[in-house]
Write a protein that binds this ligand. Structure first.
Ligand code: DGJ
Length: 615
């Protein structure tokens, strides 16, 4: 058993780590330990050595209540915390109750240990093929208002990963507003950590930043509506001095593809709190009596063998417990993508010429990128109108894919289902299907708007139109792109008091579309993409087994980025292509051998005009 209840304590064990917490007599969950595996006897021997002793409340901190004068929530390690009862650090949740109060006090009610990994109602999750994930569910109840909070823990013993998620249930008689619901809180009893995160921009993804955690809060977050190239949701807190092969470090993943938030807070009393979850910025969820809200799953690991040790554990976790479906362990075909070879200027004859050149050097999958539908000559029109352009493809997608198959290659296609150009039939017919504030000027990005994926009718349109595209020819690969970040957050389909739900409801709508389509087309190899790596996360990887890592295909830049990605993600999920020379993004000239060598680390393909190459 990897999960044990020892009286009032819960011990979670992986091969090399232990995670321990206990229920205090007040009902709060005190976190005791996370790190190298320690011996805890069957009767709890060794446990109390890890528990902090408290004699009095420090300075001008507040006691929890008159019966517990020495207990100040501001200075203990907790499994979850809320505002209002003395803990003023970064909270796990924030709720405004019907009476206007925003104090919550969640106390232990019951716990269950089982061997199951049920699917979440609304979100993707990790899974275990052999049913070997043990599950602990701790239910807490709010003392003042009756809401329930389930804390779920799943143990993946062999890869030293623990996954956490939670579910808030409104057991009260009034609607409440949830302003924050995190996925993970980890309180560490000391300080001296370094927070490593990966920031960037378009074509500059995954720049590593190592920030020693000082007093106060350090935040890594996204507000682009996506995981974002500005700040990936993967972070790795470590002890100062950790190297690739030595020292203690942790890795935190969030299975989520929208606005996320990772914060560290070093308290004046020498403790460090880490939280990860959905970004509380502008988040406000109306939770009616009887309703539940799920928080995305967060997965984390600890290693005493430096960053390499931590990475190996997360790689195994993503390969075994995140990536799924027919392509999970299948070798991926070497592809040739038309984007950097032709951009929007595509035509059947030109594509076939490129494909023939590809075939002659061993290409196995030919992919037609952007430009094949509607009146699309550049990025100003036609997104949303998913009908093939007969001037460019006289035989349609069916005709082209058949010819490609006859050449002995598989055929793949590019789509951007979540978007619409204002210059499109779809926008003219459904101007209320986009995220925009009615009657107000809209900020622009790549001449396109986000479809309102909070609206089930729009989700159905995406599912239906993509089904038609995927059935329109012999398609065995799909590149699912998403090129615009969010502005003017507003869903016309939702009432004013639900606009704080837009960002999360969009992600839930997206997941529904991806789930239906990947289940409907299990043989198709899907590759996620978002202006390169603007949505690179384990949430997407629960549906699509690979993601295009960056629009920057320069070998030198890519070597650095791929190295950064590799801290949290196995290279088996990362698309990498050999591109032309000079490189289209940096104009740098690099030898073909270098471009090949760097791309060969990832899911290998070509992204250049092979007709131009000699020899
Ligand atoms: C952005 C992607 O990252 C590129 O690879 C390409 O597919 C373009 N979009 C097409 O518009």
């Amino acid at each position: 058993m990897s999960i044990r209840r020892i009286d009032q304590a819960f011990l979670l064990e992986t091969e090399h780590t232990s995670y321990l917490f206990q229920v205090l007599d007040t009902g709060h969950l005190e976190h005791l330990y996370y790190g190298r595996r320690v011996y805890i006897g069957a009767q709890g021997e060794g446990l109390q050595a890890l528990a902090e002793r408290r004699a009095f409340s420090l300075g001008n901190t507040n006691s929890y209540d008159s019966a517990h004068q020495s207990l100040t929530l501001e200075n203990i390690c907790l499994e979850m915390s809320a505002y209002g009862k003395g803990d003023i650090r970064e909270p796990f949740l924030e709720i405004t109750h019907a009476d206007g109060s925003y104090t919550s006090d969640f106390l232990f009610r019951e716990a269950q240990i089982s061997r199951e990994k049920p699917a979440y109602a609304t979100l993707p999750g990790s899974y275990s093929e052999d049913g070997n994930a043990e599950h602990l569910c701790v239910t807490l109840q709010d003392k003042g208002y009756g809401l329930e909070l389930e804390l779920h823990y799943y143990v993946y013993q062999e890869c030293d990963v623990i996954a956490r998620s939670c579910r808030l249930i409104n057991g009260s008689e009034s609607t409440v507003q949830v302003q924050r619901l995190m996925s993970l809180q980890l309180d560490l009893a000391d300080t001296g950590y370094v927070m490593t995160s990966f920031t960037g921009a378009w074509a500059r993804e995954m720049h590593r930043s190592d920030l020693p955690l000082q007093a106060g809060r350090t935040v890594n977050a996204s507000y682009t509506g996506t995981t974002s190239s500005r700040a990936n949701s993967f972070v790795m807190p470590s002890r100062k001095g950790t190297t690739e092969d030595t020292g203690e470090c942790m890795g935190f993943h969030l299975l989520y593809s929208g606005n996320h938030y990772e914060a560290a807070e070093v308290s004046p009393y020498g403790k460090t709190r880490l939280v990860t979850g959905m970004n509380p910025q502008s988040f406000c969820w109306q939770l009616a009596p009887g309703e539940a809200l799920e928080a995305p799953e967060a997965a984390f690991t600890w290693s005493g063998e430096g960053f390499n040790g931590m990475s190996g554990q997360l790689h195994e976790f993503i390969r075994e417990h995140i990536v799924r479906g027919q392509w999970k362990k299948k070798e991926r075909p070497v592809l040739l993508n038309s984007w950097e070879a032709a951009y929007f200027d595509i035509h059947e004859a030109k594509l076939l010429k490129l494909a023939r050149a590809g075939k002659s050097v061993g290409i196995e999958l030919f992919v037609m990128d952007d430009g094949w539908f509607g009146e699309r000559e550049d990025d100003t029109s036609s997104l949303g109108d998913w009908q093939e352009n007969r001037k460019k493809l006289p035989g349609g997608v069916a005709g082209l894919s058949k010819k490609i198959r006859e050449l002995g290659m598989d055929f793949g296609i590019w789509v951007e289902p979540e978007m619409v150009n204002t210059d499109s039939r779809l926008y003219r017919e459904h101007p209320d299907w986009t995220l925009e504030i009615p009657g107000k000027a809209h900020s622009e990005g790549r001449h396109q708007r986000l479809l309102d994926l909070t609206n089930p009718r729009v989700q159905d349109y995406i599912i239906d139109s993509m089904t038609k595209v995927f059935e329109s020819g012999e398609i065995s690969y799909v590149k699912w792109d998403m090129n615009r970040t969010f502005t003017d957050y507003y869903a016309p389909s939702l009432p004013p008091d639900r606009q704080g739900e837009v960002a999360h409801r969009y992600v839930l709508g997206l997941y529904r579309c991806m789930k239906v389509l990947t289940e409907r087309f299990p043989h198709i190899l899907f590759e996620g993409c978002s202006a390169g790596g603007n949505r690179f996360d384990p949430g997407i990887l629960c549906y699509f087994p690979q993601i295009w890592a960056s629009d920057n295909t320069d070998a030198l830049c890519r070597a650095k980025m791929q190295h950064s990605y590799s801290y949290g993600y196995p290279l088996s999920v990362l698309g990498a292509h050999v591109s032309g020379c000079p490189n289209h993004q940096t104009l740098r000239r690099t030898p073909l051998e270098s471009r090949f060598g760097v791309a060969a680390f990832g899911i290998f393909g070509y992204e250049c005009n092979l007709c131009d190459l000699s020899g």
